[in-house]
Design a protein around this ligand. Structure first.
Ligand SMILES: C[S@@+](CC[C@H](N)C(=O)[O-])C[C@H]1O[C@@H](n2cnc3c(N)ncnc32)[C@H](O)[C@@H]1O
Length: 230
């Protein structure tokens, strides 16, 4: 039998399904803003600042409790989706309490099966989400699909290291993925597989470079002319 090579993250990760994710984030929802939500502030701010200098419609995938929502400038129209109803409930409360007027809608939806037509958004952003989903490659294809040609797809995430103490800790944490709600071992190569997404920027972020911002440009569709090969 031929054994297929497997990425380190695919080999180590306990496979979280959607019920595991919903379970984990039902537990996280009441404390999220004061725990992981705090540690991850710098990355979220950095991404939203970049988005604020663009125009049009933004899709935030895995919007969670909506910590980013008040940071978007009012000329942008924001749509959010998330799998966990308890996280979305917090986001709805934030929209009401902060009287945000540029939120087009929040939807309970799977990032791997987005219910939007192709090329619906100018910017598609997923912050601290891609290591949580069971099939990151499929989610990347969905982010690319709903982004307009010429638009941007942005990720903020932790990507794992093979060496050093950090790599060792990440590997030890891997079996607890469904308890904490994300995979500690996750290589950057897993988000690089979409031919129509060109990486235009990559930046290490505070605190201590644990998180990375990646910005891709969606390429225009390639039209194959029937006579081109002759
Ligand atoms: C670590 S939280 C990040 C939340 C938010 N982006 C932030 O920056 O605070 C991950 C979020 O992704 C959501 N999520 C996980 N898997 C998902 C999926 N397949 N589709 C949509 N959302 C998902 C979780 O419910 C959770 O709200």
């Amino acid at each position: 039998m031929v054994r297929r090579p497997q990425s380190q993250s695919a080999a180590l990760a306990h496979q979280m399904d959607h019920d595991d994710v919903r379970d984990a984030y039902r537990r996280w929802a009441p404390v999220y803003d004061f725990t992981f939500g705090k540690v991850s502030t710098a990355g979220r701010r950095h991404a939203v600042e970049l988005i604020n200098s663009s125009n049009g419609k933004v899709l935030e995938v895995g919007v969670g409790t909506g910590l980013s929502l008040p940071e978007y400038k009012s000329h942008l129209e924001i749509t959010g989706i998330d799998l966990a109803p308890e996280m979305l409930q917090k986001a709805h409360e934030r929209i009401r309490s902060e009287r945000l007027t540029n939120i087009a809608g929040l939807h309970e939806m799977d990032a791997g099966d987005l219910q939007f037509p192709d090329a619906s958004f100018d910017t598609v952003v997923a912050m601290y989400v891609i290591t949580v989903v069971p099939e990151p490659e499929k989610v990347m294809r969905e982010l690319a699909r709903v982004c307009k040609p010429g638009g941007q797809v942005m990720l903020v995430n932790h990507f794992s290291q093979e060496e050093g103490v950090r790599g060792w800790v990440e590997r030890k944490m891997a079996p607890f993925a469904d308890l904490v709600g994300w995979h500690s071992v996750f290589e950057m190569s897993r988000v690089m597989g979409c031919d129509n997404l060109k990486l235009v920027e990559r930046k290490s972020l505070r605190p201590w470079g644990i998180f990375t911002m990646m910005r891709f440009r969606k390429q225009a569709d390639v039209v194959h002319h029937p006579l081109a090969a002759e």
